[in-house]
Design a protein around this ligand. Structure first.
Ligand SMILES: [Zn+2]
Length: 252
């Protein structure tokens, strides 16, 4: 989950910068009923690295280094300008160091502390991570996951309310600069019966969501209540969206 290359430092170096904020209008064709997550921070910040619907499992693997792009919401097959980044399991919003983070919904803190060590260049590092568990009235269970924090303001076992301050953003762990990695896991209704990461923006592609079909995957639904944070890619290649299917990205 940690952002090995989260793109923020590169964003100003490439000519085409498209920032779409307030993307609540996206998601056409997919019901937004039942959304329950509030944005995890105030304000609008670029999403420098999106969720990859084509196998969001490869972060820190060698496959990530060799893949040319990511398949993400609306079915676009996007080539990241820095040439890697496949398999991302969340969204990286480029918050400045110390930006307040808030609970996305009522829940309980299940993880608050240092993540497992990961190799980052020539050193081992640990991100400060936070997980909130949300038990829905309909029996579904989700987790909100925050990564790279600089400060934690809650502890394991705490009950939190949506909108409550839970910490400050940072760049702990393997991060190329300050940002928050935000991910959502479904603990119920997954294909394997095991928890599976999902995209809180759902899926708007013109073909079936490959992650919803994957044995270890799950359906992603639009989970935002009210205005969603920016969810489009900050950077787009000139490559046309994939109209036919995920084969160009393939499974690594
Ligand atoms: Zn990330």
């Amino acid at each position: 989950m940690a952002g090995r290359r989260c793109g923020w430092r590169l964003c100003g170096l490439f000519g085409v910068v498209i920032l779409v904020s307030g993307c609540a209008q996206h998601g056409d064709g997919q019901s937004k009923a039942g959304g329950f997550l509030e944005r995890p921070f105030e304000g609008d910040y670029p999403d420098g690295w999106p969720f990859d619907h084509d196998l969001p499992l490869n972060v820190f693997s060698s496959a990530m280094m060799s893949s040319p792009g990511v398949l993400t919401w609306r079915g676009d097959n996007v080539v990241l300008p820095w040439g890697e980044g496949d398999g991302h399991d969340g969204h990286d919003w480029q918050l400045p160091e110390g930006t307040p983070l808030v609970a996305t919904a009522d829940g309980v803190v299940t993880v608050a502390g240092l993540d497992r060590p990961v190799r980052c260049g020539d050193r081992d590092v640990q991100a400060v991570v936070l997980r909130l568990r949300h038990d829905r009235p309909d029996g579904e269970v989700f987790e909100s996951i925050y990564g790279h924090l600089s400060v934690l303001q809650v502890a394991v076992g705490d009950q939190v309310r949506g909108g409550q301050r839970v910490g400050l953003s940072g760049s702990t762990g393997c991060a190329s600069g300050p940002h928050v990695h935000f991910g959502v896991r479904r603990l119920t209704g997954t294909n394997s019966g095991e928890p599976a990461i999902v995209d809180p923006f759902g899926w708007q592609g013109r073909f079936p969501d490959p992650w919803a079909l994957h044995p270890r995957g799950a359906e992603s639904r639009w989970l935002w209540r009210g205005a969603a944070p920016a969810g489009d890619f900050l950077l787009r290649s000139g490559r046309a969206p994939d109209q036919t299917g995920p084969s160009a990205a393939g499974e690594k």
